[in-house]
Design a binder for this molecule. Sequence first.
Ligand SMILES: Cc1cc2nc3c(=O)[nH]c(=O)nc-3n(C[C@H](O)[C@H](O)[C@H](O)COP(=O)(O)OP(=O)(O)OC[C@H]3O[C@@H](n4cnc5c(N)ncnc54)[C@H](O)[C@@H]3O)c2cc1C
Length: 348
Amino acid sequence: MVRIVVAGAGAAGASVAYHLAELGARQVVLCDRGPVAGGATAKAMGGVRQQFSTAAEVKLAQSSIRFFEQLGSPLFDQVGYLFLATTEAGLAELEERAELQRSLGVPVEAALAPAGVRADDVVGAVVCWQDGVADPPAVTRELVRRAAERGVEVREHEDAAELDADVFVIASGPWSAELGRTLGVELPIKPLCRQLLATAPIAGLPADLPMTIEAETGFHFRRRGDRLVLAMSDPEPRWGFDEVVDDTLFDDRLARLVQRYPAAAGTRIDRAWAGLYDMTPDAHPILGRVAEGVYAACGFSGHGFMQSPAVGRAVAEEILGLEPSFDVSPYRLERFERGAVFPEEVVL
Ligand SMILES: Cc1cc2nc3c(=O)[nH]c(=O)nc-3n(C[C@H](O)[C@H](O)[C@H](O)COP(=O)(O)OP(=O)(O)OC[C@H]3O[C@@H](n4cnc5c(N)ncnc54)[C@H](O)[C@@H]3O)c2cc1C
């Protein structure tokens, strides 16, 4: 019997292992050198959206959304994803993307800013109410629970490189290139440090506040319990494995928040944490077979949580030689030999 080792128990590896078991695979080991959901998955914003700028990425997110819907609240709250444009050029871009998304069946519509979100400088907005916010470590732990229930052996605090396997699945997030090298595969994945900031509790936050994104600046925030969690790209990208919070950015981020969500006036940053995106040259993941007996589910470039249901299923199907329910051909490692294609524009 084939022994499959899934290396990494973040959202990606948990989904691959769960789907392998669901599709009838036996002898599956889900192995993490740390705890379950201890990597990038623990740091994620938890945004789940279908509003991307390339058809491939829209379809990947689309195939995942049903899974999240089935999980339901509190693991996934379908509060919508709202993009606000403050310039005509920004709005034109949003509308162009919305057209592509609608042509693929994503219900994106023109929107008004909801109560509490300042809109006097907004020239237009789009929203998809199917999108929403989730709890990534809780979803991952639930998938691991379901995988274990279906016979997957879960091993924490063990390095996958030390295990014997007929098939390895590299789902090791920002550390995937390192494991790839051990297995004789070069994966063009680089870690990029990103940080999230949580405010102190704010009274009266509406339960249905959508994820709100300023299209031009990329500044965005969501409700998590009685706090708001904020994010925006750093002024200069911070490449490398150091997960360090830059507190010099707090005042700027708070000012942006109060400008967009005036009820947050007077709040402070109560918690902040940094985590790593696993970036590829074109900001798209690397999926499927990468060498004899080696498969990849990595390089998610900041979007892997929302893509993990469809990715897990498609990679599991490929390993088991089944008809893939999702076309992974745009995501093959070989695309980098021809130069990276379809750069995704909406990397938040
Ligand atoms: C600040 C931040 C915000 C984000 N926001 C979002 C968001 O809003 N929406 C979204 O979809 N995505 C978001 N992401 C990305 C998302 O967190 C990940 O893409 C997603 O959780 C999938 O992670 P993963 O399973 O690939 O990697 P990880 O969660 O990092 O898991 C990889 C695991 O592999 C383990 N590992 C490494 N090497 C080995 C080895 N040799 N043997 C065994 N185990 C090993 C690690 O210990 C780790 O637990 C965000 C990421 C960050 C950092």
